[in-house]
Design a protein around this ligand. Sequence first.
Ligand code: SAH
Length: 213
Amino acid sequence: MDYLLKGAKQKLISTLREKGISDENVIAAFEKVDRHKFIESFMWDKAYLDIALKIKYDQTISQPFTVAFQTQLLQIQKGDKVLEIGTGSGFQAAILSAMGAKVYTIERQEGLYNETLKLLEEIDHKIFAFFGDGFEGIPRYAPYDKIIVTCGAPNIPLSLINQLKINGLMVIPVGENSQKMLRITKTGEKEYTEEEFGDFIFVPMLKDTKTIH
Ligand code: SAH
């Protein structure tokens, strides 16, 4: 890797620590995964800034701090089965996979799904990527130890709670214009508790799939 990118990556990692990321497994994943590979090369000078960036199909790669924060809230253990809603660039999925999780991820934009699938085949063969509507989850591989939603949800989808193991965690930003970061702990077949972790801004979680190439 280019020494300028290497330096920028180290600086990002210090920023993440300063902002409160203390899970060393999360930090190690940010060391391993190259964020620049998930964006177009004309933006590589911004790859390791702590900002969200535009990717194709009018979508975004989340701010690194947001990725690290959501991942830290998930308390990932090696071998965890994790469902991600909103594959986007594939970066969040790669971070989870680098931590030893078995990742299932779903994206509603067909063109973006196809591109990211190709990229993930080059970078990380252990991620299972699906095209579909995240409101439905992926029941075929349920139940999951953890679920992460990376788009702003209008509410907590019951279908996703149903696909979570008992004692499983779901991290989900909920709200219309800005979102509250919630961590759901499933405490029983039909019960869960909620914790709140501040305000964030995500692209909206939208129903159904969309095909533009
Ligand atoms: N995790 C991504 C963040 C992408 S932004 C990353 O690391 O880059 C959120 C993504 O969620 C967008 O790609 C958007 O198309 C997708 N999305 C929105 N609603 C969805 C839904 N109902 N099901 C699946 N994906 C959805």
